[in-house]
Design a protein around this ligand. Sequence first.
Ligand code: HDE
Length: 757
Amino acid sequence: PVKAAVEKVKDAATAATGGTAGEQPIPGRPSPSTPTVEEPTTPREPLPPKPDQGTPATVTPTGAPTGAPPESKAQQGAYLTTATGTRLPDTDHSLKAGPRGPVLLRDHHLREKITHFDHERIPERVVHARGAAVHGVFTGYGTAAGVTKAAFLAEGVQTPVFVRFSTVLGSRGSADTVRDTRGFATKFYTTEGIWDLVGNNIPVFFIQDAIKFPDVIHAGKPHPDREIPQAQSAHDTFWDFVGLHTEGTFHTMWNMSDRGIPRSYRTMEGFGVHTFRLENAEGATTLVKFHWKPKAGVHSLTWEEAQITAGADPDFHRRDLFDAIEAGAHPQWELGIQTFPDTPDQMFEGIDLLDPTKIVPEELAPVQPIGLMTLNRNTTNYFAETEQVAFHPGHLVPGIDVTDDPLLAGRLFSYIDTQITRLGGPNYNQIPINRTHAPVNDMLRDGLHQHAVHGGVAPYKPNSLDGGCPFFAGAAQGGYIEVPVEVAAAPRVRQAPATFDDHFSQPRLFWASLSPVEREHLIDAYSFELGKCYEQPIKERYLKVLAEIDPVLCTKVAQSLGLPAPQPTGTPTDVQPSPALSQVGKVWPTTGRIIGIIAGPDADLAEITATRTAILDGDMVPLLIAPTGGPLGDGPLVAQRTFATARSIEFDALLIAGAPAPGDDAYGARDAKAGLREPTDAAVDPRVTQLLNEAYRHAKAIGGWGDATTALTAAGIPDGATGVITGTGGTAVLQQIAELLGRHRVWERFPAAGDLT
Ligand code: HDE
């Protein structure tokens, strides 16, 4: 009877739909007289495969045909299929013995679908789990030709790149704006192979030797008993470790500074951290440190903004990056190098170049630009690209070599090893995002997830059966030849050189280079983080570390903790400040900065239109904030944010085009009507008041015209306050706002910090 019923329903459905293949009725249920869902009526045209979507070309050593499969046609068909390409009529119902009957074990589609789903997650990265990545292009300036033969750095050469930004400590689902170091890893798909510059937004590291990496990460990660806190260093184990391990003092200080809470990935510097060795066409070598300099300037959040954002928009940095690229505001960085003579001692101006806890101040060795990176394409699939990308500092190309930095040495082991667990085997370089754009002819064979169908019979060398192929590439054929650096004869020891012992002179240099407001932020950050620790001895021990840096820093933090400030152990040596380290007191480009325009129902739309145009002409981004979504007036202006969705953190500056009174939709108004709270008698919508109040507190430029002063007064912002511009029209106000934006914030507005010198 079931079979008969199914046949009957099928016939009825075929008649109703004209026999469209995708229309499968639900067996046992009466068919609708007209089809309600049409899926799929017209098969979608398959997208053409992307250049890097094919399987890697297999090349036989002798050049004979390989019998390689044609280009991968994965995900190209119009119809839903099984993983093996059999077309499917239904994916919504398990195969059952009758509509109410038991599910049958023979349902291969059910089993394939659920089994695959069961295995969708892969282990997250042990560090840098939370990340966002995009594609771009790198263009060489040719200015590095004197120091390296790397072909992609030659003038005008364009190289595709893939960049993954990340936090370090948090899990994959953690918030973007936590206080942490940021990863800045770049994959260059050069014609000579892949070069990975796996750097951070902080130029130094916590440790001088890779063997300490598990220690620092175990200390920074959540407590093992109850797994808190997430993505934070504000807890006992972290401060326990860095208090006892003073070589981490400088990196910790960068994290506590504004650099630990960047405004955007677009406004972060990047650093290769280690010293690398470059070799030019004549074989001459130079030691270098790599720097990424953002064209948009170097900007940070305030700590309160970072905290609000972690709740209000945990994807803030990811969204900001993707939105900018979508909008055509392609972020750019210049790659630069500091160069040092390759002397046997590998020292420069008294700084040990093999010590990754030290910087070389830019005033001593200027950063010389060697190319420009433009990020211009978002990912198509987060998992396939961002999650599966595998970086490795050992992916090098001719002209770029590593040094004996003991931290780098350990990294050269670690990155391959971790991918084998994370990506499930040794063939991760065959995953599309990891594939080199240079021809591959290796003798690596087999292993889990082998995609290549290798030809030939002799994956070994020397051989005669494959004609001796593949051949070796000498220098003339672009072979990678390690620089034959002398290795000093020395006893085998577990020791660091004496030049690694100085842990405090560079933290002092950092303190000396910061402006008063940056120092204040640093004091606040130490006070917050140590204040979150439970163990008194940990706080006391860390104050001793701060005493070695600066007495004012130490005293202020001690006051906040309610503890006595200890004295330094010796007399600190004098340091020379490095102005390049401060983010304040500079004028930056305003390109890409976001200006919110608050528009009430009575706002002058013509003035808003003119102001929007002027913002766009200045290469900035206007966002209209209105009481509700939808068009303003009769259009064409449309609200992009509403009073319910806007939060001050998103905007670099605010303009008030009218002071909107609380309407029916205003915060609390409905609740008031329902008797849930007191009716508001505010003159201005309380959500706008909050927006302005926060923007003011976070030292942002604020402008307005018309009755803007009503809103300013409601928010408690004094008339004529610093960085608050009111005028008769939007375009005139905007000019002054743009000038203020060039300095990023109205720094004077932060409460006077007292004497921090
Ligand atoms: Fe990493 N690091 N790291 N690291 N690192 C990883 O590799 C490691 C270090 C950095 O977006 C892991 O694929 C060791 C310094 C970035 O995919 C792992 C040591 C710097 C990323 C690993 C360091 C970095 C990683 C985890 C001490 C700045 C994210 C997943 C010797 C110069 C890359 C992975 C991405 C990721 C090991 C220290 C940067 C476990 C052993 C110093 C940007 O292999």
